[in-house]
Design a protein around this ligand. Structure first.
Ligand code: AMP
Ligand code: ZN
Ligand code: FE
Ligand code: FE
Length: 280
């Protein structure tokens, strides 16, 4: 029997990944993963096709999502796991994010125009045309792809670094959603709320504030970070009796250096997560 590995963080064409939900389930199976959670940005639409595909391939799939929130002007990602897929509060929050993203993308396109880099709404929709039957979320990676196609920047990375990354001249966050309200929605839907990739939060004060909130877990294992980088988060999770989660944050060709399964949790951590969910 091969080692148990659960990758609990990846994106499909329903947000800014390049593989469809069915393709990602098949890839997980091919790689020998034991369990998977798809965590698209602000949408759970992937599960419509991922659930039957996982059933057919006998792959354990737990519900997941990565919600965008803001704390004191800092962008914070929150992972939700094991919630009821059809819970009305989850649907409502996702619907509000669609509106936020529409308004936000419009403002970013205006800012790009001011910087002599026009990208039309149609260009953007073409860049994101692989999204889940038109039901996917459109974000900055799609704007970056459109900018590359227009020849304004050399790469997606370049677009973020020069123009649309946080603190860059064409960045706009949009109407912020609070951490508290997002955690509450996940809890109402019987899920657990997890602080996503603390490795990327480079503000200690913000991380401390997050620890005072009602999170159930920390994403201790993340992406291509080395195991030494995980120790700090594992220690904090153990001290606070919080769940340990982990995953690759696989996006497919948009982030080619991050393969599916490059970060994962073992069977013990996964069973602890499942039993917490069962007792919710
Ligand atoms: P959004 O949800 O529209 O704010 O876009 C956030 C997503 O953009 C992240 O989840 C990453 O997938 C991607 N991203 C953020 N920074 C970079 C970067 N420097 N290079 C490539 N992709 C990035
Ligand atoms: Zn993403
Ligand atoms: Fe994230
Ligand atoms: Fe992610």
């Amino acid at each position: 029997m091969s080692e148990f590995r659960a990758d609990l963080h990846c994106h499909t064409t329903c947000s800014d990944g390049s593989l469809s939900p069915v393709e990602i389930v098949k890839l997980a199976k091919e790689l020998g993963l034991s369990a998977l959670s798809i965590t698209d940005h602000d949408t759970v639409n992937a599960y419509a096709t991922a659930v039957p595909a996982a059933k057919e391939l006998n792959l354990t799939l737990i519900t997941g999502v990565e919600f965008s929130t803001s704390l004191k002007g800092n962008s914070i990602h929150i992972l939700g796991y094991g919630f009821q897929l059809d819970h009305p509060e989850i649907a409502q929050l996702c619907a509000k994010h669609i509106i936020r993203r529409k308004e936000r993308n419009h403002v970013i396109l205006e800012l790009l125009k001011k910087h002599q880099m026009p990208v039309s709404q149609q260009d953007l929709e073409e860049a994101a045309s692989h999204s889940c039957n038109g039901k996917g979320t459109i974000g900055r990676p799609h704007i970056a792809l459109a900018m590359v196609k227009k020849g304004y920047v050399a790469s997606v990375h370049d677009a973020f670094k020069k123009f649309i990354g946080e603190d860059r001249p064409c960045y706009y966050q949009g109407t912020p959603f609070s951490v508290e309200e997002t955690v509450e929605v996940i809890h109402h839907a019987k899920g657990v709320a997890v602080i996503a990739h603390p490795h990327l939060i480079n503000n200690n004060e913000i991380f401390k504030l997050l620890l005072e909130m009602k999170f159930d877990g920390i994403e201790c294992y993340y992406g291509n970070f080395f195991s030494a980088d995980h120790q700090r988060w594992l220690k904090i999770a153990a001290e606070r009796k919080m769940l340990v989660t982990g995953g690759s944050d696989f996006h497919g060709s948009i982030k080619p250096n991050v393969p599916l399964g490059c970060s994962w949790i073992n069977e013990e951590a996964f069973l602890t997560l499942q039993s917490t969910l069962n007792n919710h």
